[in-house]
Design a protein around this ligand. Structure first.
Ligand SMILES: NC(=O)c1ccc[n+]([C@@H]2O[C@H](COP(=O)([O-])OP(=O)(O)OC[C@H]3O[C@@H](n4cnc5c(N)ncnc54)[C@H](OP(=O)(O)O)[C@@H]3O)[C@@H](O)[C@H]2O)c1
Length: 347
């Protein structure tokens, strides 16, 4: 991992004048390595009218960031070489030239991967740390929870009485999917995850069945867990999981294609799913989505699901790593199952 040495701040004021930030040093081929990242210390720009200076306390790492490291056209622009990486963060306002925020306010914004950020006040959202801890606003009460809700409802049109299967079930989105599906009236919820500890946790969270996908072919484990088939599949993983789900789907089954993490570091185009032809005879609906098209559901989510999170009825796990210097390592852990629930980095 390449790092540059922070230079001492010469400013007399107590306000920070520099930030430590991660930049993309080079584009990964396959699984990223430490050499693809570089930690730099740079001067912060002067605050302009309408801006705030935020001292970040916690930042998120997410699987989608891997896609942004490739130089390809996608639903979101790629990260640029030698430019800062970005992503969600929560922090405290330490200086303000905006009427919207005062010093001491807690805000969420999208300039993570750095210790301090100058943010346009219009691009920051207030968060209430009396209601929930900062990391919750990067996960279950943030885009993660909304992804789960949107995928189940508007995208996949889950119905009461459905048997629901979710992959990546012990992760941030997946664990929310299972619990929200139950709340929406699923008859049976099944999850897959990468360790026996995660499987045990899913059962604690109220999943009716769960399996470790390392134990054997996913299709076999799914057939055992869902002897009458599945009606809804929430896909976080792709590949073998998607193929198994198509095979297990009942007529008129629906799938919300949210992610395909098993393929994000692939260096060759993956084969399959090889059984897509089954979608015709079973009249299946397989619908991909990106959350950006479903942000209008945020209010509905706040009204219906967020109170269940605050009351503790819907639970969430957080895996925390510490220190800006450990951010790339925390990001890489997403691809080896290092997290249960949301992975965040505290500064
Ligand atoms: N469409 C959208 O708008 C949208 C929004 C948010 C997230 N997503 C997608 O949703 C999925 C979940 O995101 P998240 O933030 O909740 O991440 P996450 O599930 O908290 O973390 C990633 C998890 O994926 C699992 N994993 C890694 N490599 C795997 C592989 N080869 N095969 C099977 N599982 C693997 C690991 O758990 P195990 O130990 O179980 O392997 C890991 O903990 C990702 O695919 C992400 O890209 C999409």
């Amino acid at each position: 991992m390449m790092t540059s040495t922070p230079s001492a701040s010469s400013a007399p004021s107590a306000l920070p004048t520099q930030t430590q930030q991660w930049v993309l040093a080079s584009r990964p081929k396959g699984m990223p390595t430490a050499e693809n990242f570089r930690l730099e210390t740079v001067d912060l720009p002067e605050l302009a009218d309408g801006q705030i200076l935020v001292s970040n306390t916690v930042a998120t790492v997410d699987p989608y960031m891997r896609g942004r490291m490739n130089d390809v056209k996608s639903y979101i622009p790629p990260f640029q070489i030698d430019q800062p990486l970005t992503g969600g963060a929560v922090g405290t306002v330490v200086a303000s030239k905006s009427e919207k925020f005062a010093v001491g306010d807690a805000v969420r914004h999208s300039f993570g991967w750095q210790t301090h950020a100058v943010v346009n006040a219009d691009e920051a959202t207030p968060v209430d740390l009396n209601l929930a801890p900062a990391h919750a606003y990067l996960g279950i009460l943030g885009l993660t929870g909304l992804t789960a809700y949107a995928g189940l409802t508007a995208v996949g049109e889950m119905k009461e009485g459905d048997t629901v299967f979710v992959s990546g079930a012990a992760g941030a989105v997946g664990s929310a999917v299972g619990q929200i599906a139950k709340h929406l009236g699923a008859a049976r919820v099944i999850g897959s995850a990468g360790s026996d500890e995660k499987v045990a946790r899913l059962l604690e969270l109220g999943f009716d069945a769960a399996f470790n996908y390392h134990d054997g072919p996913v299709a076999d484990s799914l057939a055992d867990a869902a002897p009458n088939g599945i009606d809804f599949y929430f896909d976080n993983v792709g590949g073998e999981h998607l193929e198994a789900a198509i095979g297990a789907m009942n007529d008129f089954g629906r799938a919300a294609l949210c992610g395909a993490i098993s393929q994000y570091n692939a260096t060759e185009r993956p084969a399959g799913p090889k059984n897509l032809v089954l979608a015709i005879g079973k009249c299946l609906t397989l619908r991909g989505f990106v959350l950006g098209h479903y942000l209008h559901l945020a209010q509905e989510f706040q009204a219906t699901i967020a109170p269940l999170v605050v009351s503790g009825e819907i639970k969430y796990d957080v895996t925390t790593r510490h220190g800006i210097e450990n951010m790339p390592a925390a990001f890489l852990e997403l691809f080896s199952g290092g997290n249960t629930g949301k992975m965040v980095v505290e500064f």
